[in-house]
Ligand binder design. Sequence first.
Ligand code: NAP
Length: 324
Amino acid sequence: MSKAIRIQQTGGPEVMEFVDVPLGQPGPGEALVRHAACGLNFIDVYFRTGLYPQPLPAGLGMEASGVVEAVGEGVTYVKPGDRVAYAGRPNGAYAQARIMPADNLVRLPDSIDFETAAGMMLQGLTVQYLFHRTFPLKGGETILFHAAAGGVGLIASQWARAIGVNMIGTVGSDEKAELAKAHGCTHVINYNKENFVERVKEITEGKGVPVVYDSIGKDTFTGSLDCLSPLGMMVSFGSASGPVPAFGLQELASRGSLFITRPSLMSYTAKRADLEQMAAHLFSMVESGKVKIDIRQRYALSDAAQAHRDLEARKTTGSTILIP
Ligand SMILES: NC(=O)c1ccc[n+]([C@@H]2O[C@H](COP(=O)([O-])OP(=O)(O)OC[C@H]3O[C@@H](n4cnc5c(N)ncnc54)[C@H](OP(=O)(O)O)[C@@H]3O)[C@@H](O)[C@H]2O)c1
């Protein structure tokens, strides 16, 4: 048995139950992992509320680190005793131990501790693909990145600085502005106080930015399009404020032949070779000290519902982990 968070129905944080679940043995291609730490991500909220549907009852959580206890037939990537981490499906990472498809697991270098790993796999791999695969940055660009003091945001702030990119970060409070700046943002805009479109135009002397990374969705979508220079790329990668409403393609034409994409990490890590390359890049950024995983909140796994309340109330900054 393992203690784990389960939901019987979608809804508020109160639907999360901390219960005993049977573990079983890993089948072909699977590994049993005993978790040392689990990651908290905004996508977990989308699954809990039902914005992203899944069959119920279900587990929650897509990220954790720990030790492989047993492997099933045909598993070659990992063996019992390996220190591993993962970011991916199926949901169910909010658990003391679980069975995972072994090809989603990445072996951890000795230099990366379990808490750091659980705080960085999903958010750090996301920054890797956003900056190097979706819209590859060369250095020297000025970009707009929303929610710069969040989990993905603080990693992006440091990563941008490391590759010579001027990041304009948006945040919801002055304290968060300080934090994002200290982590490497060149400019920070408090979008609760200032009009971010006007500020981006000022900072870029009217030119706009070549790319916007927007994980806020509904509240920022149109403004983000307005910040782009002609032929710019809108990367809409999340919907913390709600899904982007339907829009006409003319919106892209009228602003100068814009591009738009709605990426998800799972498409970028679907091939094992890509997952390994992306993880190796993330590990090297962390090992070099250019990106520090700032774990700013820790909760007991049994308090996962409170962690969700704080995340949704915009009370958290940086990465958050749950300790089983
Ligand atoms: N597509 C992908 O591959 C992918 C992968 C990872 C994450 N994501 C997305 O990236 C975003 C960040 O994820 P994260 O886990 O690092 O979360 P996070 O940024 O730590 O938390 C979300 C932040 O969004 C901002 N926000 C703006 N409006 C909000 C609202 N109405 N309700 C709640 N928050 C609001 C808040 O910052 P302020 O107070 O500063 O506004 C809040 O702290 C999420 O949208 C997530 O879905 C996408």
